[in-house]
Design a protein around this ligand. Structure first.
Ligand code: F0G
Length: 350
């Protein structure tokens, strides 16, 4: 069952909202004992890479596209660092809407670009960064009367609340900390709204601290001012002027949480840690929270034994290039048993 059906009573659906469904949501909440042990916490990862287009964006996109259809939209448009475009293109394909996506030229991970193209969207590479592409998309949407499906579309953020609801439904409570990467700052805001709504409905007794993590080269919410030239290996969150900055600041303040930044090196090291000690392959942006937890542990600022849920926002397979740069290489041998055995240690190695 997709998200619109599963959470219907909590979503702004009407009798004329079409049922759109790619079986999004219901993603695994994975306990990560070998990683958690190192940090001395009870660590869980919400693996959003299992969504149909491989990221959490499908949660909000399914609702935004259903509402666009209900409102008689002629086409969808968005700007994206990659995942929003993949998701918009997928739902456009499934519902028959034309879809235009604006990407920062040369700055989108290969898998995401392949997705937008193969789903059949019209892909426009803008020679500029994401922030500029977003401004252009908003103007073009107005000019052409297309449905804008970036997170400035309120239905996107409402749909993304389901991520927090699923965490609570699985644990029968909220975690102590909800650790999440922050780019355009929509998801941290949406998850916080999800938790507060669940508390209001009496489904959870208390809400978590929202811990938002940005890449050091694109950390406007940590430094307190827009970053005109964002740069990071985590291209999904290479954003200098987040549209939902105010909502995100409110979420962090109300929940007693924090914004922190992590370097590219810390992000890549966390990606290796998550893959090689957790068995979960997430894209670089998704590993910013783990990088942040490792950093806070090192600084003596990670309380022992707390329960932390990290949102692993996107699938690692979307960005094979970055992974291969740090993953090592296969050992090549000739096709004889002798050569094969020469590289296999009797006790195994790890
Ligand atoms: N993680 C991934 C994998 C993302 O793709 C994004 C955002 C984020 C985290 C940050 O979420 O923007 O709600 O704070 N990607 C957008 C896109 C910007 O275009 O795909 P946010």
């Amino acid at each position: 069952m997709g998200l619109l059906a599963r959470y219907a009573p909590l979503l702004p659906l009407t009798a004329s909202t079409p049922s759109v469904n790619l079986e999004e949501g219901n993603t695994p909440l994975i306990r990560l004992p070998r990683v958690g042990e190192q940090l001395e916490i009870d660590l869980w990862g919400k693996f959003e890479g299992c969504n149909p287009s491989g990221s959490f964006k499908d949660r909000g996109m399914v609702l935004a596209v259903a509402k666009a259809l209900e409102d008689g939209a002629r086409a969808l448009i968005c700007a994206s660092t990659g995942n929003t475009s993949a998701s918009a293109a997928a739902y456009a394909a499934a519902t028959g809407l034309p879809c235009y996506v604006l990407l920062p030229a040369g700055r989108v991970a290969l898998g995401k670009l392949a997705q937008a193209l193969i789903y059949g969207a019209t892909v426009v590479a803008v020679r500029g960064n994401f922030d500029r592409a977003l401004e252009l998309a908003r103007e073009a949407a107005k000019e052409r009367g297309f449905a804008m499906v970036n997170s400035v579309n309120p239905y996107r953020l409402v749909g993304q609340r389901t991520g927090a609801w699923e965490v609570c439904d699985a644990l029968s409570a909220a975690p102590d900390w909800h650790a999440i990467p922050v780019g355009n700052a929509g998801n941290v805001s949406a998850c916080w709204a999800g938790y507060t709504e669940y508390r209001r409905l009496g489904k959870i007794p208390k809400t978590p601290r929202m811990m938002g993590f940005q890449a050091a080269g694109a950390a406007p919410l940590v430094t307190g001012r827009p970053c005109p030239d964002p740069e990071t290996v985590a291209t999904a969150i290479r954003i200098g002027n987040p549209v939902s900055a105010d909502l995100a600041r409110a979420a962090i303040t109300e929940s007693g949480g924090e914004f922190n930044s992590v370097t590219d090196e810390e992000i890549l090291s966390a990606q290796r840690l998550l893959a090689s000690f957790g068995g979960v392959f997430a894209e670089p942006a998704s590993c910013a929270p783990l990088a942040g937890l490792v950093k806070l542990k090192r600084l003596g600022r990670l309380p022992r034994d707390i329960r932390v849920v990290m949102v692993l926002t996107g699938n690692g397979l979307k960005d094979p290039d970055t992974a291969m740069k740090q993953a090592g290489r296969p050992i090549e041998v000739g096709d004889t048993l002798k050569e094969l055995l020469s590289v296999l240690r009797p006790g195994g190695v790890r």
